[in-house]
Design a protein. Structure first.
Length: 338
């Protein structure tokens, strides 16, 4: 009687079957979980672009023009590295602690008393190091997983030359950005004005790559004749770093502007493949020039913010004509994207 009351345990075969079933269920659920997480990251990226574009629109409402794409500053008779569009409207996105300051600077070789970005000290000076190293959360896409080799996981430029120190004069320590100001369409024969064989003129976007020397040279709202809802303001181009003296991936750097469209017809305008066809980060992702593709780690495309504050997701199948038509501000293209 006692034996009959004892419950029978699982046999080894039954236990293995149960484990196998659990494994199958997990494998079926994992893609759904990953998809849900990426949807949340993409939504967060969209919100970043929305907040940044609205901040710039508020700036434009106040000053009747957007910030300059890059402002070249002369210090002691010498031209210094230009300061980016992304540095001029920080109080409009609740980042007043790193706002631009025109206060005098006695010596650029010592640390500043605060984290403001000083126009009278070189951008890549020790004096501006507190500002340039400040992470701006709205400037980072949470989906970014592929990073240039100079960019650390904390989204700052690391010890790029490997000498064991962080030297701001080489761009080291600078905080990164995953969004670039749109300077228009690349002036290559691959991209022509609608109905013609003429290449796009230079600086045909909202943030000219030609450095301004005064704030009044920035783009005025009335010059965006293609329509605010049909003109790129900011483009997603994630994971960039520093390329020698080219500070492409840092939010404070004036080199954080792109003309949309790579030169080679074999390189896609949205999410190009790496040069060697592998999954590793290659030069095909991170161009050292201002001419670039849109690039993100979102599946199937990249996001852009328009001049009216709306945000669009452009799929990889979007035609070159649509992308370039939206990148220019006053070329009269009849294009749109839902």
């Amino acid at each position: 009687m006692l034996r009959s009351r004892l419950s029978r345990g699982f046999t080894l075969v039954e236990l293995l079957v149960v484990i196998a079933i659990i494994g199958v269920l997990i494998s079926l659920l994992l893609p759904a979980v990953q998809s849900t997480r990426e949807a949340a990251r993409r939504s967060s990226c969209q919100n970043n672009l929305k907040q940044v574009s609205l901040g710039m629109i508020n700036f434009a409402d106040s000053y009747r023009r957007f910030p300059p794409g890059q402002l070249q500053v002369t210090i002691n008779g010498s031209m210094t590295k230009a300061i980016a569009w992304s540095a001029f409207f920080l109080p409009f996105i609740e980042q007043k602690q790193v706002e631009i300051s025109d206060a005098p600077v006695a010596s650029a070789t010592v640390s500043s008393p605060d984290s403001k970005l000083y126009l009278k000290a070189p951008l890549n000076s020790v004096y501006n190091q507190k500002a340039t190293a400040t992470i701006i959360p709205l400037y980072l896409c949470p989906s970014t997983s592929r990073r240039h080799s100079t960019r650390n996981a904390d989204n700052r430029i690391g010890d790029a030359d490997g000498n064991g120190t962080i030297d701001p004069t080489k761009g080291e320590g600078f905080a990164c950005i995953d969004y670039a100001g749109c300077s228009g369409v690349s002036s290559y024969s691959r991209y022509t004005l609608p109905g013609t064989s003429t290449q796009y003129p230079s600086d045909n976007g909202v943030f000219p790559n030609t450095a301004a020397t005064t704030m009044t040279q920035a783009t005025q709202l009335r010059t965006i004749t293609d329509g605010l809802s049909k003109t790129f303001l900011i483009c997603e181009i994630t994971g960039r770093g520093v390329y020698g003296t080219a500070y492409r991936g840092m939010w404070a750097s004036g080199q954080n502007c792109i003309t949309v469209g790579p030169h080679s017809p074999s390189v896609a305008v949205i999410n190009p493949e790496p040069k060697d066809g592998s999954s590793t980060v290659q030069a095909g992702y991170f161009r050292t020039s201002a001419n670039s593709s849109l690039f993100s780690d979102h599946k199937g495309g990249a996001q852009v913010a328009m001049c009216d504050g709306s945000v669009r997701f452009l799929t990889e199948s979007t035609s070159d004509a649509v992308v370039t038509g939206l990148a220019s501000r006053s070329s009269g293209e009849l294009v749109s994207v839902e």
